[in-house]
Design a protein around this ligand. Structure first.
Ligand code: ADP
Ligand code: MG
Ligand code: MG
Length: 255
């Protein structure tokens, strides 16, 4: 049983006009085995939250804490975060020239596990995980992200998650740009990881659609850099019916 805890997190980003505060005091606790949906309008800071937890250098934590079982995540390097069990798909969004998916996955697994996986079982694991995600075996020999379609990027994300077996996975807009068939395949992958162990999932999304396939235990509504409402799965149903207007236009609570 592990706990990822975010306390009063404030994050700023450098812009051409100077530093701008995006996250304005985020509180969130995710325990292993739980799935939390973070939902909110575009520009509310959802990706900033993911990047800050990932340790992206562009996002400065100005105050607050992120801990994993009491350990200070913000003091860890990006690699240390991965070894501690955090999976952040957006950590490697760029093309990696000349590195095949197969080599990339093996390097990532070695870095996270602290030793190289046994070749024979590893090859089988990769093959099975790719088959589960209905990926062409030839995909393993392509260079990472080079010419990947939106759907291929998302499947590659879930493939990494299935093979790296994190204790916490942060999935940012995993549903964006997927047609219904791809969405189902990707969601099944997430559900396999969930059922296979005690992973905690932070599912960041603008739309409620993916929540038909991946059932959240908790839903947090994110507006203007903070959580403004929390509830169970029924909150997602309300958002589907009512949208975000109610939260966006609500008067700010007195400080
Ligand atoms: P969301 O993921 O909810 O759509 P983001 O976290 O991407 O929101 O963005 C929140 C706000 O922060 C937006 O106003 C966006 O323009 C700004 N922002 C995020 N990242 C950067 C950046 N690297 N440079 C400048 N502004 C940024
Ligand atoms: Mg956005
Ligand atoms: Mg975003």
């Amino acid at each position: 049983m592990a706990t990822l805890q975010i306390n009063d997190l404030h994050v700023s980003v450098d812009t051409e006009q100077g530093s701008k505060e995006i996250l304005k005091g985020v509180d969130l606790t995710v325990r292993s085995g739980e799935t939390h949906a973070i939902m909110g309008p575009n520009g509310s800071g959802k990706s900033t939250l993911a990047y800050a937890i990932a340790g992206h250098p562009k996002y400065q934590v100005t105050s607050g804490t992120v801990t994993l079982d009491g350990e200070d995540v913000l003091a860890m390097s990006v690699d240390e975060r991965a070894r501690a069990g955090l999976f952040l798909a957006m950590q490697y969004p760029v093309e990696v020239p000349g590195v095949t998916v197969s080599n990339f996955l093996r390097t990532a697994k070695t870095a996270v596990a602290g030793e190289a996986p046994k070749l024979r079982t590893w090859v089988k694991d990769v093959k099975n995980a790719m088959a589960d995600l209905k990926m062409d075996p030839a995909f393993a020999e392509r260079n990472v992200n080079e010419g990947f379609s939106g759907g291929e990027k998302k499947r590659h994300e879930i493939l990494q998650m299935e093979l790296l077996k994190p204790s916490f996975a942060i999935l940012d807009e995993t549903d964006s740009g997927l047609d219904v068939d791809a969405l189902k395949i990707v969601s099944e992958g997430v559900n396999r990881v969930k059922s296979g162990g005690d992973v905690g999932v932070l599912l960041i999304t603008h739309y409620t659609r993916i929540l038909r396939y991946i059932k959240p235990d908790f839903v947090h509504v994110f507006v203007d850099g903070k959580v403004v409402e929390e509830g169970g799965p029924e909150l997602a149903d309300r958002l589907e019916d009512e949208g975000y207007d109610r939260f966006v236009n609500a008067p700010a609570p007195a400080a």
